[in-house]
Design a binder for this molecule. Sequence first.
Ligand SMILES: Cc1cc2nc3c(=O)[nH]c(=O)nc-3n(C[C@H](O)[C@H](O)[C@H](O)COP(=O)(O)OP(=O)(O)OC[C@H]3O[C@@H](n4cnc5c(N)ncnc54)[C@H](O)[C@@H]3O)c2cc1C
Ligand code: SF4
Length: 470
Amino acid sequence: MTETTEKKKRTQIPRQKMPEQDPKVRAKNFDEVPFGYTPELAKLEASRCLQCKKPTCIEGCPVSIDIPAFLDLILQGDFLGAARKLKEMNSLPAVCGRVCPQEDQCEKVCILGKKGEPVAIGRLERFAADYEMAHGEFIMPPKAPPTGKNVAVVGAGPAGLTLAGDLIKKGHQVTIFEALHKTGGVLVYGIPEFRLPKAIVQAEVDYLEKTGVEVRTNMVIGKIYTVDELMANGYNAVFLGTGAGLPTFMNIPGENFNGVYSANEYLTRSNLMKAYLFPRYDTPIAKGKKVAVLGGGNVAMDSARTALRLGADDVYIVYRRSKKELPARIEEVHHAEEEGVQFHFLTLPVEILGNEDGWVCGMKCQRMELGEPDESGRRRPIPVPGSEFTLEVDMVVVAIGTGANPLVPSTTPDLQTNKWGYIVADPETGTTSKKGVYAGGDIVTGSATVILAMGAGRKAAEAIHKYLTE
Ligand SMILES: Cc1cc2nc3c(=O)[nH]c(=O)nc-3n(C[C@H](O)[C@H](O)[C@H](O)COP(=O)(O)OP(=O)(O)OC[C@H]3O[C@@H](n4cnc5c(N)ncnc54)[C@H](O)[C@@H]3O)c2cc1C
Ligand code: SF4
């Protein structure tokens, strides 16, 4: 067969679906939604890759994974080799394979997507990483000789974990200080089990610990030690990867009624404090029957799907723009729809109503229409006069975004922040206004993505290494 016929044959293979739980069943459990590819499906999907001479997919990947190479290893049946190839550039492939917005990154620019459907790069990344977790054994990565330098990492989210993994390999001693009792950041307290099983995040952290990274949980920096105290205690550099976990509200009347949650609190109670495992864990959480979730991002979808699983009869996403502008990943919107989440588009909540006992009993809303694009490039929602209506609800989850936690900046006087409270840091190096202190991830950019936080951790690791050794 000539190369052209071979390529043509490959393009005729349809993109392989990932088997997943039936929507009716999964809407009532917290088990992971997709089961993942079987080895046969993975090989078939990998065989669709054209092994392009100029692989556009690599350009679309924020950490430049050699995508054709790992796909070819899958095709050859060398699944462990594929996982190792991924790990050359990405220390958390099992996480990224599940939560990265691939449709906007590597898959968006895959050459096959021009005429048909792109290679399912994300699903294959997940497959290879899961295979390694199930069948691989721990191999100590090559490590440079000890440099005698100590680095403190504040925050165990994707930015801090990636940085720690890189610096330990370069021979530095690394200690992670995490405020919560669990490591993983948003991966454990925000993203629910049905989308990202916690055992996967834990396995990645266990791996880091085996390589020599010290992890200290229940350590709130800014309270137990300030950044200056860390430096006085022998840390030669400090990385701040504290995320953007401060809840924000709409500032509409009625937000103080019982039954109104920030998405952060709601998801943390369910995920991290295991309220979803009642009665094994008796963490208090309201279980509304008619729940409104305000917002349209991944956080809103996660909250809505959690509410369904905790027993709500009706869950509404209330979003002031149209479906086209929803910022959540398409796959997650699709999953939410399949599970029965109802969408109120072009709807703005204006007041939360409460009963005489102080509990939510409804929400006043106003219909919107879209006008000219605003500074964000999206069409601005404009209220339609006289279109107010009341939505009958007994619980409201506010998922409209988060802000920067002020604790570390407020206890580190010479650390520059911007007008929103985010730490000012060089995007290429993570360098802050304070000597020896670096920052990256959501605490610099505002709420973004796992892979961008990891990329920031990687760049800062490089810069810290230079700072400590040159
Ligand atoms: C519900 C939800 C769903 C999401 N879904 C997706 C998705 O599908 N795909 C995607 O790519 N992104 C998603 N994101 C965004 C993504 O998770 C974040 O961009 C990413 O986790 C940021 O990483 P980070 O390391 O900067 O911070 P974080 O993950 O926020 O981690 C920061 C860590 O620092 C700790 N910390 C804070 N202050 C201190 C202190 N003073 N001392 C010690 N420790 C401290 C925190 O406890 C936390 O563990 C989602 C976010 C949320 C909230
Ligand atoms: S662009 Fe698509 S087809 Fe080409 S190498 Fe990358 S994944 Fe394969």
